[in-house]
Design a protein. Sequence first.
Length: 80
Amino acid sequence: MLDAVRARFGIAAAAEVTMEMDPGTFSAADAAGFRAAGVTRVSLGAQSFDDAQLAACGRGHSAAQVGEAAARCPLGAKRL
């Protein structure tokens, strides 16, 4: 998709390219591929850090998996 945007409109060298990822569904290899494609910022979809709330919302990951996802993301992560 980014290649199509680059070809049609161009992307400035300093542009921020953001992608949202579900903490439970991407691998380190996926994240590395996104970075190679030009993604410069990741938003991890962590709706809660409470396992009971995550389950009630139907989320497929645990609170611990959010931290694990941040650690395997080659784009780096800031802790709040």
